[in-house]
Design a protein. Sequence first.
Lengths: 295, 418, 366
Amino acid sequence: MSARDDRMAPRAVPRRPGERRGLAGTFLGYATLIFFALVFLYPFVIQIANSLKTEPDAAADPLSPVPHPLTLDAYERVFLGTDLPLWLGNSLLVTVAVTVARVLLDSMAGYALARLRFRGRRAMFGAIVAVIAVPGVVLFIPKFLVLNQLGMYDSYAALILPVLADAAGVFIMKQFFESIPVSVEEAARIDGAGVLRTFWSVVLPMGRPALITLTIISFQGTWNEFPHSLVAVQSPGLFTLPRGLADLVSGSLGTGTQYPLKLGAAVLATIPVAVIFVVFQRYFVRGANEGSEKG
Amino acid sequence: MKNRGYLRTAALAVATCGTLLASAACGSGFDEGGAQGAAPQSSGPADLRILIGSSGEAETTAVNEAAAAWAEATGNKATVTPAQDLVQQLGQAFAGDNPPDVFYVDASRFPDYAGVGALEPYGDKISDPRDFYENLRTSFSRDGKLYCVPKDFSTLALIVNDDLWKKAGLKESDIPATWDELTSVAEKIKAEGMAPLVMGDTRDRVGAFMVQAGGWIASPDGKQATADSPENLKALEYVRTLLKDDLARYPKELDAGWGGEAFGKGKAVMAIEGNWIKGAMTADFPDVKYTAYELPAGPAGKGTLSFTTCWGVAAKSRHKEQAISFVEAMTKADQQMTFAKAFGVTPSRQSAKDAFVKAFPADAPFVDAAGYGRGAVNAPKMDSVLADFDGGLQQLESTAPAELLKRLQKNIQSALGN
Amino acid sequence: MDITVGRGRRLGRRTSATRENLAGWLFLAPVVAILGLFMLLPILMALWVSLTAWNGQGSPFTGRVPFVGLDNYTRLFTEDDLGRLNFVTSIRNNVYYVAIVVPAQTVLALGLALVVNRRMLKGRAFFRSAFFFPSVTSSVAISVVFLFMFANSGAVSGLLGVFGIRGPQWFSDARGVLHLLLSGLGLADLDAPPAALTGGGPLGLSWWEWLSGPSVAMCTIITLVVWTTSGTFMLMFLAALQDIPVTLEEASLIDGAGRWQRFRYVTLPMLKPTVFLVLTLGLISTWQVFDQVYVMSQGGPAKSTLTPAFLSYQTAFRDFDYGSGTAISFILFVIIVLLALLQRWVMRDRAAAPASSRRGARPGRS
């Protein structure tokens, strides 16, 4: 049918191919979009709605988006009955520290690899590319061993230090610095500015878009990081939010399924990233695509 | 990749830098502790770290109070931490060379810890060790040495929901004493449209039937595998029939995390659980009335499983003397009674039995079963073997019991190395 | 070395080169130190541990730890014991997992990208975000939500109930879906599987067990992962779609190509590099599934969601068998590297394909 339409269509008007569909096509397109939007978003609706329900209500009518009755009981218990405030604090501390350090260290390294001519540069770049290829999952036990051996196991240092730099971030920054013109830096250098000064007051300001992207990927990655905290710490006082949440789920609360409470904690773990997602959406999109470059 | 030379240089650079780091870092490990038992001891006031696998708020509070009292009396300090995942936390702490001084050790984990030298065998330094029930002491002994003393214990009993029992038209005299009676009351309950019995889907519940049939997984000394026996087969065949006819259900089928939850929610009329169910019932289902009875006897007579935990003291602790004094205080008969009142455990000292039964007459069935309860398999490296068996039990309805037992037998033998 | 006066003021070029050399290393030093200390060194340490029978007591780097050579590795393949059974089972589970997740997420991502890319539809930015949002949330938090949704009285069962279907008990059902399919077709009886298949099979699993398919419980994890990852891959497809020159599509229009033909002969070939990229990233990440298993099933029921990543964790930290645990993780490492290499080899003509290679460098793009 659409093939026949094609032949009828006036060829003189250069429209994009996607635009010549009938009403049916449009309807189908929207139907698909709405269906999948429901599939992708409704679980979050369920999550929020059920965290506001009583336990019997959540068990009886899990699908309903309307709590009946609406109660903040789960949140009250999350804050008063569990260590969640502590986990939130730890997560915040770790995430901020790691993000700041990553942005600084990764852009320094990326700049060095992109611009500075020093001996061993290509070798180091090769090494960093190789590091990107190491699957994180094989590092659980190794990381534990090294933290243990260094006497850092079960400390804030163990949570933070090992993830302070990431090779993928270095790669992104290197690509970025290579894409901006050299002329500005050269001007600065001719004016006698040292490498550090050039980097700090000329290069970094120019790198704003890439820095924001890196900040966002780092924040999101660190906030959600789970396995690292599993092998780095064991004291409940050092748990980050995902670790604490995982323990809540595996039943340290003792009896009962307590879904509203668990979902409430999950909501709290989701909110910061969700807010950042909404505000900085386009950087997320870039991050995803740049992540693909490293493959 | 552009050329190999550059990759090779990279590899070389990485290797060099790695070696440098390694030589710099490995030196700073903390090997000073040295061989087992050689941990330097410090006398005088200590800051004891105590890691417990708490059953809930009540237990944490009770242990905290007891620890504070001990610290007060002896001039030491004691920090009690409830573990989120005791096995994992202890495992990582042992590898970290910096374990807590005192910690709970489950009987099923005891052989593993003792086997690798993580536990200080202090049993004979506690006053009157023979006062602890003998089968509990056996659970924590290795090569004739009592490593740690039992904190408390429990056995499995048949828990019956009084109201639902009546609703099914049953009387107190209908409480099943044998397998046949169990089958027949279960059928009556099922006919009333209720789920008769809920029990956990692991050897820790199903195993009771094996004991009642006269079998068990391994010999008492833990040296021989005895899984592949006709008695065990009879037990599993029986449980399989119960499951197939929906006379018994696993908790997951009733949408519950464990038997007590399903029972408390009234999803089943009977449950096979230990006395820890009391705490859960009081906290979560205070309105449900229930009674505990001894488990029905099988072809070989009465049988149940007993569960126990001991106060382990780390071989690497720097304050062993103080740690043992702490355990002494925790296992005094009257302290055990305090714990019993706080969170419903059964004292492991026989001298506390009378006081306990007097205070908790409803718990008599749990204590009475102490004499014939079977403890955990006292052999190392059993955890994954038994977890595998549990996996089989979960699929008991669709698996041939003989196959399950054959597989268990083979796995135990290979783990025991015979 | 050249010692003529450089373009600068007082500094000779030699000093400038030395300074740049120094600066380069200084700038790189923190990252190199951290990666060396927490990536390279740990791997070397773990390699050593995988060659020993360290029992998790004290330090593994002393003379008292027994050296066992490659035993930890060979045992996983040759010794007829529980260790091998667990390992082989985890590999089987992961193979099924990969075989479903990778095609499913690729097709779904491509489909979504094609719909979102239709310029006539309004609100595409919203839908793009909606599809992408699950990808950025915490895997642990999402696992909690799915645990709730797939609970026996949960949302999914409720939804199926609307259509009159009685959902399975998702997290306690270890039956393989292939087995269920076979029995549904009347080809096999689950209680009495065909004797020809149960007799034996490679590596300690019978043919019947090999042919189980993913378990019902595993299907929940598969659903979760496809749901979370499709958004990211959709964005990659979307970027590639936008790189397709309009003229090319127009040319095909003029040739009178139908919609399907256009997709098949114009769009798809242009997307080939992205498809390969998505497949590789998918292959690499699906072999690493861990968080979801940890939170949702811990490998159960009946080991049917056990994966090598989780098994290595469990073997080391719960069974104290660090040697075997690290050996499993290195085997996993090799599997992933081999897949990546294989993929590189398949894609060796990618350089000839246009588009998308300089994409990331363009600032300000959304």
